[in-house]
Design a protein around this ligand. Structure first.
Ligand SMILES: Cc1cc2nc3c(=O)[nH]c(=O)nc-3n(C[C@H](O)[C@H](O)[C@H](O)COP(=O)(O)OP(=O)(O)OC[C@H]3O[C@@H](n4cnc5c(N)ncnc54)[C@H](O)[C@@H]3O)c2cc1C
Length: 464
């Protein structure tokens, strides 16, 4: 542990992406009473896309976005910056749960990603988007054949995928832990997530969205023909509300049964020297993941640091969330050790940032999009760690639902049928721990145990 401790000793306990001088100025908090056609709660990617799209669809509609902290404070400003077309947590998972709709979901996911890229370009958002794909690596013998099968599956569904043997994968990115790889050149890429959020904030303001930051919504209730939205220093009389609050304590209590708040941990290193870069290769500068149930995701940043996250997803009893949970020595030390196991040639490198963020996991690993309060409220949450692109799809679908529009999006089983609920406490915590242990066992042995097979039958899981 000591080399991990040394490497972490100066790491700032804040997300790397938002730690910069050129963050846009904050919008003022809401003070007093106002009214609006649509109130959006939550200033992450879901809320921002919803605000922009609502104004674009109807510029006469007044749209107010209320954010408890600041734009990009939540998962949207603290993620890995992998952007993926998938709406189903990957092709294999989509095929397992919605085989008939998979082609449609793939097309919609691809269109969504293309539209995001077009918007970023048209608005000149400096988010460094590169649709460079990614490489998945096998680090355990049983994963080699799984990657071979996965390559075939991706090819079958039109993705540009190739299987890499041990020499090929190590010629690309060099780690002694790699046994094989799958290079996916289509369907995903990398960006700077905070710069995306801030660019969307600018686009929303330009379109006339009224944004109030440091404005936590404390309650929403039916009032006359609309909704009353309460904040500490004010209130909004709204015709409709769109809830985009990820896994934060939900204003709509029923979401607790579908969404598990999971803390996912991340480290960022200091910039690599040119010798260190030569030692690892990585010339295509793509995103990387390993292949277990508990997996790492890692990538280079524009200034040649390495962002290294994932693996140790932590659930706290009773859906607890708090700022204190954003630092966990045990998880950060584990990540640091695993980093140096993967890249022993980088020993001595130091970490400059460490943080955790909230992942909104559903039992189906796919978003939960629906309505409440007589159809006056819609919500889109539950992206289960894959929401950088899917959040736009969720926002558009929630707007469709608020407009009571039947669209290709709202007709999807993903929207029509809710995932299975997680059990309430005190059962929830031990069930999650038991499932985590079963997943870790499968990662070690390559054997899917009985408990996981039972969950498979019900389409249930636990994932970051
Ligand atoms: C560590 C980490 C790594 C990830 N990596 C990736 C990745 O590489 N690729 C990928 O596709 N996905 C990734 N994800 C998931 C992705 O970041 C999320 O799915 C996505 O950002 C969700 O956006 P959101 O707007 O729904 O939620 P958030 O960005 O969390 O926004 C919700 C906002 O609501 C605000 N809020 C909460 N309650 C209230 C209230 N009562 N009143 C007002 N405001 C409130 C919060 O302050 C927050 O800003 C990762 C997530 C984490 C945590």
């Amino acid at each position: 542990m000591s080399s991990a401790n040394d490497a972490l000793s100066d790491a700032a306990p804040i997300p790397f992406w938002t730690d910069r001088q050129d963050a846009p100025p904050m919008c003022s908090p809401l003070i007093g009473q106002i009214s609006a056609d649509l109130v959006i709660i939550g200033g992450g990617l879901t809320g921002l896309w919803a605000a922009i799209s609502a104004r674009e669809a109807d510029p006469s509609r007044s749209v107010v976005l209320l954010e408890a902290k600041s734009i990009a404070f939540g998962a949207s400003g603290r993620n890995g910056g992998f952007i993926s077309e998938s709406l189903t947590h990957g092709i294999a998972h989509g095929l397992a749960i919605w085989p008939v709709e998979l082609e449609t979901l793939l097309r919609m996911g691809r269109e969504n990603l293309a539209d995001i890229a077009k918007f970023i370009e048209a608005e000149r958002i400096d988010a460094g988007l590169r649709l460079c794909g990614k490489t998945a690596v096998a680090t355990k013998p049983h994963q080699v054949d799984q990657l071979r099968q996965s390559t075939k599956l991706h090819q079958r569904f039109g993705e540009d995928a190739s299987f890499l043997d041990v020499e090929q994968v190590r010629a690309d990115v060099d780690s002694p832990t790699y046994l094989a790889g799958m290079r996916l050149r289509s369907g995903s890429g990398l960006l700077d997530p905070a710069m995306l959020c801030w660019g969307l904030k600018r686009a929303a303001l330009t379109r006339g969205v009224l944004i109030h930051e440091t404005t936590e919504v404390t309650g929403v209730k039916i009032s006359g023909s609309g909704l009353a939205v309460r904040t500490p220093l004010g209130a909004v009389r709204a015709r409709q509300v769109l809830l985009a609050t990820n896994a934060y304590p939900p204003l709509l209590r029923r979401l607790r049964s579908w969404v598990l708040p999971i803390y996912d941990h991340v480290l960022v290193t200091e910039p690599l020297s040119s010798t260190q870069l030569t030692d690892i290769g990585w010339l295509e500068n793509q995103g990387m993941t390993d292949s277990g149930n508990q997996f790492h995701y890692y990538r280079r940043t524009p200034d040649d640091r390495i962002l290294w996250g994932g693996y140790d997803a932590v659930y706290y009893f009773g859906n607890q969330t708090s700022a204190a949970r954003e630092q966990r020595d045990r998880s950060h030390q584990l990540l640091a050790n695993q980093f140096f196991d993967t890249f022993p040639q980088l020993r001595g490198l130091r970490f400059t940032h460490r943080w955790a963020g909230l992942i909104d996991s559903t039992s189906r690993f796919t978003p939960l999009i629906g309505t409440a309060l007589d159809g006056r409220m819609a919500y889109s949450v539950g992206y289960t760690g894959l929401g950088v692109a899917a959040s736009r799809f969720g926002a558009l679908t929630a707007l469709d639902l608020l407009a009571a529009r039947s669209t290709e999006r709202t007709r999807l089983t993903l929207v029509q049928k809710k995932p299975m609920r997680f059990p309430p406490e005190p059962l929830r915590y031990p069930t999650v721990q038991f499932t985590r242990a079963a997943l870790a066992r499968e990662d070690r042995t390559g054997k899917r145990g009985r408990w996981l097979r039972v969950l498979d039958r019900f389409g249930v899981g636990f994932n970051s």
